[in-house]
Write a protein that binds this ligand. Sequence first.
Ligand SMILES: [Zn+2]
Ligand SMILES: [Zn+2]
Length: 306
Amino acid sequence: MSCVICLEGGATHVCECSLFHVHCFSNYLLRNGQQQDCSICYSRFDRAMLSAASSISFARTQDVFGPTHGTTLVRKLELASALANSGCLSEAKRLFEEIIAAFPEPPWLVTVSKVELARTLRDSGEIRAACDVLEGLVPCLARATAIWAHYEHVEACTLLGACYMSLGRLDQAERNLFFAMDNHLKNEHCQTKKVVQCMRHIANYYEARSDFALARETHRVALSIVEAEEYDPARIALANLHLANAEMQVGAVPLAATRFRGAILALRRRKHDGYALEALPDARRKLASLIRPSKRLRAKTCPEDC
Ligand SMILES: [Zn+2]
Ligand SMILES: [Zn+2]
């Protein structure tokens, strides 16, 4: 398989459409800026390739500028985020903490590192530690006037709301999540992905309050935003899965089964998208629980083929 940069063989898929060698992918990212998605097929870049390429970019930048230069620290932040996305949480935490301890310029580096450290702590189950980081950060960001501080404030409140949800502190979760959503709605330049993520936390909040109809409605609106704004078929299918789960909870079985089938068929086609493949087993299990295919049929086919 040929690399799209050097045309030599032995390359690996980084998305649905393109293959790279890891060094060539690192050059591509350095030239075009760290991106999460392919600009041709719109699928997310492979997480392992992204962190391997970010590691090379960081090492090369450190060789040129030294370990304390702002550019090196920006590369370090990109590497830490890529590692966190690919599941290397303790390594990511160590890098975020090193950036924070370096008191770097520009100041947004510390703030973004703290928000991402909190996200990584939450993902590794250290909810209380994530809350401590965010509770220290949010009051400072509320007083800051820079535009980037406003965006990080909204993101920090979204994460803090999600952490309070995990701790069962629903009133505090509600305050933070709805503050974040209000701010998204006031901003015409808000990022779709962050709005949708915030809506999913709000849907979880409604579920925790046993208001399943409102949770379903929230997922329905989130899906319509994803369908209007996103080109990535996997993200649209994943949003359909969230809504199908909510439909299952309110007993809308035929609707949920149809939605599961459509989403699974779309995800099956995304052979090089780890996010899509990761979601398949649970979706198949849930669809099978809805349609209960016969044992003989189950042995021969996937539930979505029934
Ligand atoms: Zn190559
Ligand atoms: Zn692509």
